[in-house]
Ligand binder design. Structure first.
Ligand SMILES: [Zn+2]
Length: 266
């Protein structure tokens, strides 16, 4: 059904979501995405690498049901990836608006969001601005590889220019132009000093972020840490490991845990 634009019958959202999910998987595995490969240098000097296998990882997570793809929930022509529950969205989910653009532009937006998913699945927290810039550069590479069609939104255009600079081995000083354009955008400005978790959503407070292979234990009445340690490790003394991994939630005293607390079991 790739590229099909038949009219939407009512009551067929389940079918459409499967179709959209397959579109995202196909884009992440297509040859344009699989050629996206670059290193981004953050202002502080940290280097962040993006390469083909990162997108395969996201596709696998969607295929295995670790990530959802939902059609709608955001304006047409936009998408967002979010790692947590809030009023309007659920964790580990791509929300994808109706495509009101050309196919390459639309697909480049999916590549952009998948960059956020990559850092989520890797458990990497970085300044929001850097994560956003990397996402735009990946989007730019997609457009470069696919052959840009139609008009580009301003940010995507900067991403495209930065990608072009990387591609031709010129100095990638357009990175700073892209960062500056994001800094000047009122939509992004309020997030600039924060760490990144998803697209445009503030970090959850005092809530541990689970790695995909980590377990979560919700504290029940009558639980205490050594009992939980026996359940998961068969060793009461492992309560120290659980305490250390959840210091922000539990606080300094391992004897006090409260029902409803979410504990990461490393
Ligand atoms: Zn983004």
């Amino acid at each position: 059904m790739f590229g099909c634009s038949s009219p939407k019958p009512f009551g067929e959202t389940f079918f459409e979501e499967i179709e959209m999910k397959q579109t995202v998987i196909d884009v992440l595995r297509n040859s344009h995405t699989q050629r996206v490969n670059f290193i981004y240098t953050a202002v502080g000097g940290a280097k962040w690498k993006i390469y083909a296998n990162d997108f395969v990882t996201v596709a696998l997570n969607i295929e295995q049901g670790n990530m959802d793809v939902v059609e709608g929930g955001v304006p047409a022509g936009t998408a967002k990836y979010t790692i947590r529950d809030d009023r309007n969205s659920k964790a580990d989910t791509f929300y994808i608006g109706r495509n009101n653009s050309t196919q390459n532009i639309f697909h480049s937006v999916l590549v952009h969001e998948s960059v956020h998913a990559i850092y989520d699945v890797k458990g990497i927290v970085m300044p929001w601005l850097d994560n956003e810039a990397i996402a735009y550069i990946a989007q730019g590479f997609y457009l470069l590889n696919a052959g840009r069609d139609g008009d580009l939104a301003e940010q995507a255009f900067y991403g495209y220019q930065v990608a072009q600079y990387y591609y031709t081995n010129e100095r990638s000083d357009r990175e700073s132009t892209l960062r500056q354009s994001l800094l000047n955008d009122p939509l992004y400005k309020k997030y600039i000093k924060k760490n990144f978790v998803g697209d445009g959503i503030e970090p959850p407070q005092n809530q541990p972020k689970a790695e995909k292979n980590e377990r979560i234990h919700i504290v029940k009445p009558g639980d205490w840490l050594s009992k939980i340690a026996v359940t998961y490790y068969g060793d009461a003394m492992k309560y120290k490991v659980i305490h250390q991994a959840n210091l922000q939630v539990i606080g300094p005293n391992p004897d006090i845990i409260k029902p409803g607390q979410r504990l990461v079991i490393p």
